[in-house]
Design a protein around this ligand. Structure first.
Ligand SMILES: NC(=O)c1ccc[n+]([C@@H]2O[C@H](COP(=O)([O-])OP(=O)(O)OC[C@H]3O[C@@H](n4cnc5c(N)ncnc54)[C@H](O)[C@@H]3O)[C@@H](O)[C@H]2O)c1
Ligand SMILES: O=C(O)[C@H](O)COP(=O)(O)O
Length: 541
């Protein structure tokens, strides 16, 4: 008998499936305090939950029985995935079941803001017939800004267009071509978007990049009198900034469904004029709850009874022999992905991977997935791994092609990646030299040899005397130590295009990068951050 624990309210349709499944029994145990939760989990093989239960490292630590956790919903931020992975627990979610309901809720909040629905209702039921006070604004003709054009962001966009709104969007993975197809105006940066929009809605996970997206430094960049909506994750807008913006009129309305800490029954925003809030109801429709419960229960039963893993958001089990054999080149592929996402720096349309030599005869899917993890992980807050990376890449409309050639190039094995989007194409080749030493051996067609490690400054330049010395001087003046340096060029003759790579001991200041960029003969300089050995994902350790 497999035992499943149900930790939050899920739809009856999901429970009916559990009742009907052979070899499965379940218990509903909601609202357990930490100690009881920790001990309860040791009696079960699988768990299913929503955003209520918190599966922290403390709760999961030492568990030898639990093998799978299913989130009946999207966000897995209430599950410590690093801890789960270390415990060998697969974490899965149901990425699409509540997409439409959440988009509709964001839209409901936008309409409620525009027409003062909540405040007018409150005033009426308190006995006032106040038609003057609640003058609203029309959505048609206004511009909606969307940060995060994933599943929910795109559904919101199509609804906004049906309401005759213009849509401007920012998402690092949105290319011009995709934006054109979706009928939205793509903004290069978040700041480009902010000044344009009458309404702003966010549909990203909470990451280091999205936390405090609207904070004090951006308040005066907003179009005066605009309105903001958050049905993604609490913390994306800074609460104090929203309060200040409402008070000084920079912001006319705030609608929130999510909070930094939940449950939340106390916020300085509650009760302020122009504020409408709901208690995390985005996914609370009969349709969404039925879909996520049914899908979630299927995921658990299939995993426990057949070993099938779908929609995993942490590391999938790989047999130890394959992993040992492939780990070095998976590391190369992963680092090339991280480097090229930053070196390209914009929306990506196509990725081409070429495997040469011995590695071409191995399981190159693992290498492709490792590359895709590197390419996307900065935008996806770690909810990406070697199991789901390729699917997530293709879901974003990025075309992926792979080629394998058994004959060797200059190295026994190598990986070349070509990333294209907008009018920019970047390429990089990598290999392993020695034991566990990922190296960059080609960048944008120029041969070189550099460590794929830590902070790196990449710069394209003319192959003329004096440039390297000037770059060295800049970093000397800014007290930044250069650990390693490599230069390369495509041909044998001087005078053409060349590339330089510096491994730096500290993160350079924006001023120092500007100073490098200003050196005559340098066409482009960019700092990229790669992981050091201690900060690799678990599947590479
Ligand atoms: N309120 C609710 O009940 C509810 C329901 C479902 C989902 N959510 C939350 O909504 C969020 C989005 O869900 P989804 O299914 O659309 O996810 P998704 O993965 O399909 O889309 C997220 C998008 O955000 C983009 N992104 C990441 N970092 C970014 C950044 N710094 N700037 C701009 N864009 C960035 C990604 O490229 C991606 O396209 C999740 O956090 C999820 O937990 C809330
Ligand atoms: O990430 C999600 O799926 C939503 O935030 C919904 O959360 P819920 O399942 O607790 O309603």
């Amino acid at each position: 008998m497999y035992r499943i624990i149900v930790l939050d309210d899920i739809a009856q349709e999901g429970l009916d499936l559990l009742d009907a499944a052979d070899g499965i029994e379940y218990e509903i145990r909601k609202g357990l305090p930490v100690d009881e939760l920790r001990s309860a989990l040791t009696e079960f093989d699988g768990a299913i939950l929503r955003s209520g239960a918190k599966l922290t490292a403390e709760v999961l630590e030492g568990n030898r029985r639990l093998k799978a956790i299913v989130r009946a919903g999207v966000g897995t931020d209430n599950i410590d995935k690093v801890a789960a992975t270390r415990q060998g627990i697969v974490v899965m979610n149901t990425p699409t079941g509540n997409t439409v309901s959440t988009a509709e809720h964001a839209f409901a909040l936008m309409l409620a803001l525009s027409r003062n629905v909540a405040a007018a209702n409150q005033s009426l039921v308190e006995g006032r017939w106040d038609r003057k006070k609640y003058m609203g604004t029309q959505l048609a003709g206004k511009t909606l800004g969307i940060v995060g054009m994933g599943r929910i962001g795109r559904e919101v966009a199509s609804r906004a267009m049906a309401f005759d709104m213009q849509v401007a969007a920012y998402d690092p993975f949105l290319s011009d071509e995709q934006a054109q197809k979706l009928g939205v105006q793509r903004c290069e940066t978040i700041d480009d978007l902010l000044g344009l929009v009458d309404y702003l809605t966010v549909h990203t996970p909470l990451t280091d990049e999205t936390r405090g997206l609207i904070g004090k430094s951006r308040l005066d960049k907003l179009k005066p009198g605009m309105r903001v909506i958050n049905a993604a994750r609490g913390g994306i807008y800074d609460t104090d900034t929203l309060v200040e913006g409402l008070k000084n009129g920079q912001i006319a309305g705030v609608a929130l469904d999510v909070y930094e800490s939940e449950p939340c029954t106390d916020s300085p925003l509650f009760g302020m004029p122009g504020v409408v809030c709901t208690p995390h109801l985005g996914a609370s429709t009969e349709e969404a709850q039925t879909q996520v419960a049914v899908e979630g229960v299927h995921l658990l039963i299939d995993f426990l009874t057949t070993g099938e893993i779908k929609h995993a958001v942490n590391v999938a089990a790989l047999d130890p022999k394959t992993l040992a054999e492939m780990r070095g080149f998976m590391d190369v592929a992963y680092r090339l992905g991280i480097m090229l996402s930053q070196w390209h720096g914009g929306g990506i349309d196509t990725v081409k991977l070429t495997f040469r030599g011995e590695v071409a005869g191995k399981n190159t899917k693992l290498l492709t997935n490792a590359f895709c993890v590197g390419l996307l992980e900065r935008a996806l807050d770690g909810d990406i791994n070697i199991v789901n990376a390729e699917v997530l890449l293709r879901e974003r409309g990025i075309e992926l092609t792979e080629e394998s050639h058994r004959e060797m190039s200059a190295f026994a094995s190598s990986i070349t990646a070509e990333v294209e989007g907008g009018d920019r194409k970047v390429t990089a080749g990598g290999t392993m030299l020695g034991h566990n030493m990922p190296r960059l051996v080609v960048l944008d067609g120029q041969r070189l040899e550099a460590f794929l490690d830590g902070g790196m400054l990449l710069f394209s330049h003319q192959d003329v005397p004096g440039i390297i010395g000037k770059v060295g001087n800049v970093f000397g003046q800014h007290n930044i130590n250069i650990a390693q340096m490599a230069v390369g060029r495509s041909g044998e003759q001087a005078g053409g295009n060349a590339i330089g790579v510096l491994n730096l001991d500290t993160v350079p200041t924006p001023e120092s990068i500007d100073a490098v960029q200003a050196v005559e003969g340098i066409s482009q300089a960019r700092f990229v951050q790669l992981p050091s050995a201690g900060s690799l994902p678990t599947w590479l350790q």
